[in-house]
Design a protein around this ligand. Structure first.
Ligand code: BG6
Length: 489
């Protein structure tokens, strides 16, 4: 057995990390526009105002807004069957609560979608990849306010209506579980709740200095579940053929030792970070362990008992499960174990695995394991890997070539692992690599953390002319796609 005949090979991006043009054609500010860059040892900083002398990487990103034709042509040259991108909510509703959508913003996505269709590339649209309008954050306190659910539904139904005959695959929220996994980042990116004291700061502050109010964060996450379920319900009314999925950041964890205490702690973390959100979205209800787990975190769980919300969650289950997979890590109760240098995901080092320069542990077997786990946890649910990739420093040779063999070998092993999982019987329908083109890193705001098959001449000091060029991996992935995953050499 090999990959299914219509397997969706492609790549994935996010508006805020690619488009740039941060105020063009009536776009409003969105949360990522308020972030400055960092690096592996320095968390990004949040700046509540736009200051002329500071560098906000998303403002120009890789200028895909003006290069989309060239970029999609390059994707088509690689043979993409699918392109995952997000719509920037603040391009459509610049203030979040505008009476009417911004026609110029809609037009940009008309063009982008038509360009994909021209090459027979299936669009896979993420409705919210952290791009909550900043006005919603300031005025309504993000998803903590139930009014934001209505604003979201107005935005997504505008998209569903506009592209009901052109887009079949949709995802509601990117990595919805980041809100549980990474407090401050979840606040800011995920649910868009920032406290007044942070909004009024005169100097930028680090992610980990942002104030976290767990009760608000978890309540806001609940509101996102309701928003996602309502989006599924409304989407299916507009076009019953729509396939609307959830999207999780799945970080598989192994117990560091056979100590039963490590085993139990691993299960607890797995339940909290990997299973809770997906169970709500795929099965339509909070899992049995959720209430106790939240109560142990001193959360008032009254929102879980709301009968109307329960009905919505039950009715709005997703059509497919998608996830990002970059790494695995270990769990132990031993406080002295060596931890991974990553402020967002954390975890303990696995002595059997190598890491990227950003400390992300490389584990293709972990992908096979994860796919098998998901297929048994969510039977009859198609699965798609919508992010997987290798962030690395690339070197441009004198002749312009980029020999990114490390990236090829990362992908080769992960695709092999997916093939094994398909042979195991996992209903995998597609694979979109993260960053088929270099883009701004979400975690660090760097350009230097490159993921692409396509190099973009743009750098962390703000230099570069945005020109594109093909890396070695470009030609390799093209072969992979044309052989439907058979030729990995
Ligand atoms: C996922 C996000 O967490 O990981 C992407 O959905 C992000 O937005 C990707 O870019 C890789 O992370 P980073 O920090 O290397 O950009």
């Amino acid at each position: 057995m090999a990959f299914p005949k219509n397997f969706l090979w492609g790549g994935a991006t996010a508006a805020n990390q690619c488009e740039g043009a941060f105020l063009d054609d009536g776009k409003g500010l969105s949360v990522p526009d308020m972030l400055l860059g960092g690096d592996v040892n320095t968390p990004r900083t949040f700046c509540p105002t736009i200051e002329k002398n500071r560098f906000y990487p998303s403002h120009q990103a890789i200028d895909m807004y003006h290069h989309y034709k060239e970029d999609i042509a390059l994707f088509a040259e690689m043979g993409f069957k699918c392109f995952r991108f997000s719509i920037n909510w603040a391009r459509i509703f610049p203030n979040g609560d505008d009476a009417d959508p911004n026609e110029a913003g809609l037009k940009f996505y008309d063009n982008l979608i038509d360009e994909c269709k021209k090459y027979g590339i299936e669009p896979l649209v993420t409705l919210c990849h952290y791009e909550i309008p900043f006005a919603i954050v300031k005025k309504y306190h993000g998803f903590y306010n139930r009014k934001t659910i209505d604003l979201f539904i107005k935005y997504v139904t505008t998209c569903f209506e506009r592209w009901k005959d052109k887009v079949k695959y949709w995802l509601t929220f990117n990595e919805i579980n980041m809100t549980l996994m990474s407090k401050q980042v979840g606040n800011l990116y995920g649910v868009g709740i920032i406290q007044d004291e942070d909004l009024n700061r005169s100097e930028p502050c680090k992610f980990d200095e942002l104030k976290d109010v767990p009760q608000e964060r978890i309540q806001a996450l609940h509101n996102e579940f309701v928003a996602s379920a309502k989006a599924v319900i409304e989407g299916h009314k507009i076009n019953p053929e729509f396939k609307i999925g959830c999207m999780l950041c799945h970080v598989t964890r192994y117990p560091l030792t056979p100590n039963p205490k490590d085993m139990l702690e691993t299960q607890r973390i797995d339940h909290l970070f990997n299973d809770l959100c997906a169970d709500v979205q795929v099965r339509g209800a909070y899992p049995f362990f959720a209430k106790k787990m939240y109560q142990d975190m001193n959360i008032d769980t009254a929102f879980m008992d709301d009968e109307e919300d329960k009905k919505i969650l039950r009715a709005g289950t997703v059509d497919f499960y998608t996830f990002s997979f970059y790494m695995t890590n270990c769990v132990t109760v031993d406080e002295n174990a060596e931890r991974i240098n990553d402020s967002m995901i954390g975890g303990v080092k696995n002595p059997y695995l190598k890491s990227s320069d950003w400390g992300w542990q490389i584990d293709p077997d972990g992908l096979r394991w994860t796919l098998n786990k998901l297929a048994s946890r969510y039977p009859n649910t198609p699965i798609m890997v919508v992010e997987n990739g290798f962030g690395a420093f690339d070197k441009v040779e004198d002749d312009g070539a980029i020999h990114d063999d490390y990236r090829i070998s990362y992908f080769r092993e992960h695709i092999r692992a997916m093939r094994d999982a398909v042979n195991d019987g996992v209903p995998l329908i597609g694979y979109t690599t993260w960053g088929p083109i270099d883009l701004v890193s979400a975690g660090t705001g760097q350009y230097a953390k490159r993921y692409g098959f396509i190099y973009v001449n743009r750098h962390d000091d703000g230099t570069g002319d945005f020109s594109r060029s093909r890396k070695n991996s470009f030609f390799w992935y093209k072969k992979v796609i044309s052989s439907n995953g058979e030729n990995l050499e």
